[in-house]
Design a protein around this ligand. Structure first.
Ligand code: AOS
Ligand code: ZN
Ligand code: ZN
Ligand code: ZN
Length: 424
C-alpha cells in the first residue's frame, strides 16, 4: 500500500487551522524554532525488519493479519511508515530472517520509498536448518573451534549482504554466556569471543563499523559474555576504531543509569547508537516512551550535549534504531508511536538551555538545574514535530491518518491473514 502525497495533504488540510494555532503558540516561546525544525526534519530512525510482524512471547502469539511475509513487503511497510511520519527513512535487516536474493532489486525498491539500509544484524543465537554445528553452548565463545568458525563465517556473509545493499555497519548481538556456575571459564570465553570478533573485524570494509550490543541476561541466566557496557567497551576498545558499543535500552539491570553510560561511552568515542524500546522489568521491548519517558529525555539530553561538544551531526553520526516487539498492538501503529516518542524526547532535549544549565552546575544550584531540565521536559513539543513532518511532506497526525485510510485493512486485502514469526 502506498499513500499518495495528495491524500495526506487533504487529511492535513482538515487539521491545519488547529495545528497553526498550536504551533504559533509554542513557536513564540522558542527563540530558535527554525533551527529545531531543521534538526527534526533531518533526524531519521531505522525500523527493524523484525518488528513489522507480531512478536509475542514464548507463551503465544496473536497475529493480526496483513503482515509482511517477504523482504519486499517489509520494505513496503517501512515505506508506509516513512510516508506518514517522514522520520522512518531506514530499515535494519536481520540475516537470515531477511535474505536479499537480488540485492539490486531490493535496493531499487527501497530507493523508491526513499529508504536507506541501516546496520545489518547477524544471528548466531538460533540454529538454522541444515547448519553443521549447533549454537546451543554459544557461538563466538564456543569451546569448539568448528562452531566459532561457522559463526565467524556467518557474520562475514552478513557483511557481504549489507555491502550489496549499501549498509555501513554490522550489529553483533550474542546470546553467548552460561546458565549455571561452573559451566564456563569467564576469561577463556571472553578471549575466544574476542579472537572471533577480531576475525570478523578484519573482514569489515574500510568505511564500515561494527556494533557490539550488550545484554544483562536472557537467554543465558547466569552469565552473558557481553553482559554490560563494561564488557562491550572492553571488546570494542580492543577491536579498534571501527568498533563501538550499542545500547539497547532494555538490556540493563533494573534502575541502571543509562544516561550516564551513554554520556561516558560517547566521551570515549565508543557509542555506536541505540536499540530504542521501553521496559518495566527487563528486555520487555515495549513501545518507546510508554513507561519511562523522562529517562528517554535524559538520555537525549546527554546525547545532544555530548554530540554538540564533539561537533557531531545528530542525524548521521550515531545509529538510531528501534528494537521492539508486540503482542497486543498493530505493529505498524506501535512503530508510529515509538518513532513519535523518540522525536518528542529529541525535541525536548533540543530545548534544554545548555548555557544556563552549565552555569547552575558551576554554582551548585541543584534546584535551578532541575528546573531547567523539567521545564524542557514538560514542554508540549508535539506541534513542532507535526510542523516538521508537514514541512517534509508527511502527515500532521500519522496514527490518525493510518486509521482513517484503513491502512491495515488494505494490507489484509492484499496479503490476507498471513503472519510473520519474528525474533526475540
Ligand atoms: C536481543 O535481545 C537483542 O535486542 C538483539 O538486538 C536482537 O538481535 C533483536 O532483538 C532481534 O531479536
Ligand atoms: Zn536489541
Ligand atoms: Zn533485546
Ligand atoms: Zn528483545
Amino acid at each position: 500500500m502506498q499513500i499518495k502525497k495528495e491524500t495526506l495533504q487533504e487529511l492535513n488540510q482538515q487539521h491545519l487551522a488547529d495545528h497553526k494555532k498550536q504551533f504559533d503558540f509554542i513557536a513564540l516561546q522558542i527563540p530558535n524554532v527554525e533551527n529545531i525544525l531543521q534538526k527534526l526534519i533531518a533526524f531519521q530512525i531505522a525500523i527493524p525488519s523484525w518488528a513489522l510482524g507480531t512478536g509475542g512471547t514464548r507463551f503465544g502469539r496473536f497475529p493480526g493479519g496483513g503482515e509482511p511475509s517477504s523482504l519486499e513487503e517489509k520494505i513496503e511497510d517501512v515505506g508506509l511508515l516513512h510516508s506518514l511520519n517522514q522520520s522512518s527513512g531506514a530499515i535494519s535487516l536481520h540475516i537470515p530472517w531477511d535474505i536479499p536474493e537480488d540485492a539490486n532489486a531490493i535496493k531499487a525498491l527501497a530507493a523508491r520509498y526513499n529508504l536507506k539500509f541501516d546496520a545489518v544484524n547477524s544471528n548466531t543465537f538460533q540454529d538454522q536448518p541444515g547448519q553443521a554445528f549447533s549454537y546451543k553452548y554459544g557461538s563466538l565463545q564456543h569451546v569448539d573451534a568448528n562452531v566459532r568458525r561457522q559463526a565467524i563465517a556467518h557474520n562475514i556473509e552478513v557483511i557481504k549482504h549489507g555491502e550489496a545493499l549499501g549498509s555501513k555497519a554490522l550489529t553483533v548481538w550474542l546470546s553467548d554466556g552460561s546458565c549455571f556456575p561452573g559451566q564456563l571459564n569467564f576469561r577463556e570465553a571472553f578471549k575466544r569471543t574476542l579472537e572471533s570478533l577480531q576475525e570478523i573485524y578484519k573482514a569489515l570494509p574500510a568505511d564500515w563499523k561494527i556494533f557490539i550490543e550488550y545484554k544483562a541476561f536472557e537467554p543465558n541466566f547466569y552469565s552473558m559474555t557481553v553482559g554490560d557496557w563494561g564488557q562491550s567497551y572492553l571488546f570494542s576498545s580492543k577491536l579498534g576504531s571501527k568498533a563501538y558499543s550499542l545500547v539497547d535500552l532494555g538490556h540493563h539491570l533494573p534502575n541502571a543509569n543509562i544516561e550516564q553510560i551513554v554520556s561516558l561511552l560517547m566521551m570515549e568515542d565508543k557509542l555506536a547508537g541505540f536499540h530504542f524500546n521501553d521496559s518495566k522489568y527487563g528486555d520487555d521491548d515495549l513501545t518507546v516512551g510508554s513507561i519511562k519517558p523522562y529517562q528517554l529525555f535524559l538520555i537525549f539530553k546527554e546525547l545532544v550535549e555530548g554530540m554538540d561538544a564533539k561537533g557531531l551531526d545528530h542525524a548521521t553520526d550515531l545509529a538510531w534504531m528501534i528494537d521492539a516487539s508486540h503482542n497486543v498492538k498493530d505493529p505498524l501503529e506501535d512503530l508510529l508511536q515509538s518513532t513519535e516518542a523518540i522525536m518528542i524526547a529529541y525535541a525536548r532535549a533540543l530545548l534544554v538551555d545548555a548555557t544556563t544549565l552549565q552555569q547552575a552546575q558551576q554554582e551548585n544550584d541543584v534546584v535551578k538545574a532541575q528546573e531547567i531540565l523539567q521545564s524542557a521536559f514538560l514542554t508540549d513539543v508535539r506541534p513542532i514535530i507535526a510542523e516538521a513532518r508537514m514541512l517534509s511532506g508527511g502527515a500532521l497526525r500519522p496514527l490518525e491518518s493510518f486509521r482513517v485510510l484503513n491502512a491495515r485493512g488494505e494490507l489484509i486485502k492484499v496479503r490476507g491473514n498471513k503472519t510473520l514469526a519474528t525474533g526475540l
